[in-house]
Design a protein around this ligand. Structure first.
Ligand SMILES: [Zn+2]
Ligand SMILES: [Zn+2]
Length: 274
């Protein structure tokens, strides 16, 4: 895992993650990662104020504190490890103007684009989503999810698309592959210049598989879509977690390089030698 970045990390501000932000950076340094990006969740701008669960994302009044904290860590660790300012931003169809306003509030190094909100609810909520797959149909939810991923990519707001095949998180798999929907999402990512994250987070979930699965990663590589590495850490000990497996996945899929970001400029780097 030495020489790889961890580009998806959540601090206590998200309400469901823990640990001091500084400890995430120390862990990255200890592991020899090349960079770390803090990427807390954007406030839930697309929900009614009373529905903005503080256990899911930072509150609006926490943004300035977040920006200051990442700036301080960047300064403290300068010359040791680059600390990037990131944000995991939900795409919500029809709310693009509000998202643009949020994104204009800081000079981000990278913005992660996530689709968690699908057809009026969370696609990955362990308490409610199993019933949704049952009721609304696994195929339909997958197709709708990928339709939104394609729209998200096309906005141009995002540098990296997160957990590309997220609907599988709790083990729900469509009976028939969603090839058309997947291909449209991948084509949109390519057209927009979005990277995909190779995320170890799925290995910690019921599905027990990284995002994206190898078949989709192979397609992404064939299309020339760049990749980066992430853990979606919610605790310092999860930084760089599972990278032996995601690095092996990347090699098996034919990945030769990964990208990092500085002020939203993409930098290509070779995969570390085996
Ligand atoms: Zn996410
Ligand atoms: Zn996340």
């Amino acid at each position: 895992m030495r020489g790889l970045p961890d580009y998806h990390v959540h601090t206590y501000r998200c309400g469901h993650a823990g640990g001091a932000s500084r400890d995430f950076v120390l862990r990255a340094l200890e592991l020899g990662l090349c960079e770390i990006a803090l990427t807390d969740h954007i406030p839930l701008y697309f929900l009614a104020p009373e529905d903005r669960d503080p256990k899911l994302a930072m509150r609006e009044d926490q943004l300035e504190g977040y920006l200051a904290e990442v700036r301080d860590l960047r300064d403290e660790f300068a010359g040791k490890i680059p600390v990037r300012l990131g944000l995991e931003a939900d795409y919500a169809e029809g709310r693009e103007d509000e998202l643009a306003r949020w994104l204009s509030r800081a000079d981000w190094d990278l913005v992660l684009g996530s689709v968690h909100w699908v057809a009026g609810g969370w696609i990955d909520d362990p308490s409610s989503s199993p019933a949704r797959f049952e009721r609304e149909g696994t195929e339909a939810l997958y197709d709708e999810y990928y339709r939104l991923v394609a729209k998200a990519a096309a906005t141009g707001f995002f540098d990296v698309l997160t957990h590309f095949d997220l609907p599988k998180k709790h083990g729900h798999r469509p009976a028939a592959r969603r090839n058309d929907a997947e291909e449209r999402a991948l084509a949109a990512a390519r057209a927009a210049g979005c990277a995909l994250e190779i995320s170890s987070a799925g290995l910690r979930k019921k599905v027990g598989e990284a995002y994206p699965e190898e078949r989709l990663l192979v397609r992404a590589v064939a299309l020339g879509i760049p990749v980066t590495f992430s853990s979606d850490a919610h605790a310092p000990a999860e930084v760089g977690w599972g990278y032996d497996r995601t690095l092996a996945l990347a090699r098996a899929a034919g990945v030769k390089e990964f990208v990092t970001f500085e002020r939203r400029r993409k930098i290509r780097r070779p995969l570390p030698p085996a």
